[in-house]
Design a binder for this molecule. Structure first.
Ligand SMILES: C[S@@+](CC[C@H](N)C(=O)[O-])C[C@H]1O[C@@H](n2cnc3c(N)ncnc32)[C@H](O)[C@@H]1O
Length: 242
């Protein structure tokens, strides 16, 4: 993977070097022209192309405070039900959707196959654990690095919900998407095998599979959902399982 690990202000050199070696990435004092993971006193960020992104769950607090959470479209669609419902987020990314599910009381297993994104997410979770409001919620989120298509087949843990939000097909006008996705799209390609991902999700026998799609995109893996809930820019396709 074409990424370097570099140091920013307040960085611990040993920590930065050990991250570089765990990712198999070159270690540099300064970021180069491409993508870099920067370690500094505030944690880990992805930098490059004049953009900078650091996961920050504290920014989501206003969305999950009482009263607001249930206005979130994903929460409304997923209806995770009782506390302790089990969910899989098979394409965790920066874990923001997983946080919404965990804030409803779900125990969420997150799978992330991109080692750089997983490192950014782990770092964001580590910082959020120190926040009194977020720590219990983060405690219900478990990150497993690897390919969910394979990992969903290797565990027989029963789940109520599988959530799928792999990368959408690329848009021509990247200015329309936010910084997080612009940088993350440089690391990750749109889902290559939609059928394999959906088959693995179905094999878990959840009560429901929820798939985030572009508003006007085709069905995931070409499979017609049981029903669809549309927002302004995206929609959720839901497969209710017997
Ligand atoms: C659009 S992002 C998910 C954003 C996420 N819902 C959020 O709230 O931040 C898609 C992520 O899914 C990951 N991904 C795609 N296919 C995967 C797979 N088979 N297993 C694990 N992660 C996968 C990508 O690496 C990428 O980070």
């Amino acid at each position: 993977m074409d990424i370097v690990v570099c140091m920013g202000e307040g960085a611990d050199r040993d920590e930065a070097q050990s991250l570089a070696s765990s990712l198999g990435a070159p270690f540099c004092d300064e970021p180069g022209d491409g993508l870099a993971l920067r370690v500094d006193g505030g944690g880990l960020s992805l930098v490059g192309y004049g953009l900078e992104y650091r996961g920050d769950f504290e920014q989501m607090i206003r969305r999950i405070e009482k009263g607001r959470l249930y206005h979130e479209m994903l929460v409304h669609v997923a209806k995770p039900g009782t506390d302790g419902a089990k969910a899989i987020d098979a394409a965790a990314g920066m874990g923001e959707d997983a946080l919404l599910l965990a804030a409803c009381g779900c125990e969420v297993t997150m799978y992330e196959k991109n080692v750089v994104i997983a490192a950014l997410l782990r770092d964001a979770m580590r910082r959020a654990e120190k926040n009194a409001f977020l720590c219990d919620i983060i405690g219900r989120m478990r990150l497993i690095e690897g390919d969910s298509v394979e990992l969903m087949q290797t565990t027989d843990e029963k789940v109520d919900l599988v959530y799928l939000d792999p990368m959408f097909p690329k848009r021509k006008k990247s200015g329309l998407i936010n910084k997080k996705l612009q940088l993350i799209q440089k690391l990750e390609q749109p889902c290559g095998d939609e059928k394999a991902m959906l088959d693995s999700a179905i094999a878990k026998h959840p009560k429901k599979i929820v798939i985030k799609r572009p508003l006007k995109g085709g069905y995931f893996a070409g499979v017609k959902p049981s029903y669809t809930v549309k927002g302004k820019a995206i929609r959720y396709d839901c497969i209710a399982m017997p």
